[in-house]
Design a protein around this ligand. Structure first.
Ligand code: SAM
Length: 319
């Protein structure tokens, strides 16, 4: 469907849990609660998806918290993937549990896995995530590749990071052929916006100086607002997502369903409609569809991250 600004909304991120087995300091501060309100059951999510599909939303990303910690997730992935009208289901995970689940995950038929890895140095990784488990993640990525899953790496660029934090990702991409997407950290929850030392332009410049001649790729290689680059002779590609600096809102194609049932039509704005409450009130499929359609139609025009951080933490939203 199109919203009031004629943006085609065809992509939804569904968070299946706020729980996570990592404590990335910029995403889920230790003080943050991770239980609380009752969450949507898988059956409820599937029922809502049938409605969203009727609205033209056909690409889905399953997220969290950490989706692989929720019991029954693999069966759910298979069910959502098999819903008529869905063109793509992908998963975003911290990769810590991927080693054990890669085979079953591949059998669900999902279209790809994004693995969030913020450092390829074990100590730095443990400092960022609160857990010394980089090897588990790397083994998980290997297992997922071996099972034939399409894998991409997501790395958030933290404000104080320098190129020495970034080079290992290019070496990793060169050796493995796995695409790497660098994402600008957004000011959410308690964190104010801090100008990062590394911008997309600077990364491209530094790469050029090192002999990596990155050429822009014209076609979109994902669902998000990334700019993509490739270097001759390298199998992987680089994605740059400058969510704060380059305001992509005019082309935003996404909405979010949070684990408590909130329908969030803008990453920045608090949700106004709770689909779980509507289900509990006993609304029919058609009534639910009209409520969702109206809410999505009114999707806000733009974020205001540079003026004020959003009050929600990312572990609730799901990225
Ligand atoms: N646990 C899963 C994972 O690690 O991919 C899914 C949830 S996690 C919230 C989704 C993504 O959001 C991760 O790549 C994480 O790094 C990113 N993220 C968290 N806080 C962020 C922020 N403030 N700005 C940009 N990305 C953020």
């Amino acid at each position: 469907m199109k919203d009031r600004f004629q943006r085609e909304i065809d992509y939804m991120r569904i968070s299946v849990t706020e729980n996570c087995n990592l404590w990335c300091h910029y995403c889920r501060p230790k003080s943050g609660s991770c239980t609380g309100s009752e969450i949507l059951s898988y059956a409820e999510i599937l029922r809502l998806c049938r409605i969203f599909i009727r609205l033209g939303i056909h690409k889905y990303k399953i997220t969290g918290g950490e989706p692989l910690v929720r019991p029954g997730i693999l069966e759910f992935l298979e069910q959502i993937k098999n819903l008529p009208g869905i063109s793509q289901v992908t998963l975003t995970t911290n990769g810590t549990l991927l080693g054990d689940s890669a085979r079953q995950l591949a059998q669900t038929g999902i279209d790809g896995v994004n693995v969030s890895v913020d450092s390829l140095d074990s100590e730095t990784y443990a400092n960022i995530t609160g857990k010394d488990c980089l090897n588990d993640v790397l083994n998980g990525i290997r297992a997922a590749k071996e099972e034939g899953l399409l894998v991409k790496i997501n790395k958030v660029i933290l404000p104080d990071e320098e190129m020495e934090d970034i080079w290992p990702f290019f070496e990793f991409m060169r050796k493995s052929g796995i695409p790497v997407r660098m994402i600008e950290k957004m000011p959410l929850g308690s964190s104010q916006y801090v100008e990062p030392k590394l911008t997309g332009d600077r990364i491209l410049r530094e790469l050029e100086q090192k002999g990596w001649h990155m050429k822009p790729v014209s076609q979109s290689l994902g669902n998000g607002p990334a700019s993509y680059y490739k270097a001759a002779g390298i199998r992987g590609y680089l994605g740059l997502i400058e969510a704060v600096h380059h305001n992509f809102c005019k082309d935003c194609n996404r909405v979010r369903l949070l684990s408590d049932g909130s329908l969030k039509t803008c990453l920045y704005e608090p949700p106004r409609l709770n689909m779980k409450n509507l289900l509990l009130e006993g609304l029919s499929q058609d009534e639910l569809l009209e409520k969702a359609r109206t809410e999505i139609f009114c999707k806000p025009p733009s974020h205001h991250f540079l003026e004020k951080p959003s009050s929600e933490e990312m572990y609730r939203i799901g990225g």
